[in-house]
Ligand binder design. Structure first.
Ligand SMILES: [Zn+2]
Length: 54
């Protein structure tokens, strides 16, 4: 899906990269989440620890 507006594309990229992974079950969670939505674990890590520059 090509997005031509570079500003919108930036927002979309950020939204896609901003999530947390559960260390217990590997589920994706909302970035601001403190608990896993699947297993209720608080053992979450952010997805983008070192964002790649493209
Ligand atoms: Zn989990």
């Amino acid at each position: 899906m090509p997005i031509e507006d570079p500003f919108k594309r930036q927002i979309a990229m950020r939204a896609l990269l901003r999530y947390k992974i559960c260390r217990e079950c590997g589920a994706r969670n909302f970035y601001g989440a403190t608990k896993c939505r699947r297993c209720k674990s608080k053992n979450l890590r952010p997805k983008h620890e070192k964002p790649k520059s493209r």
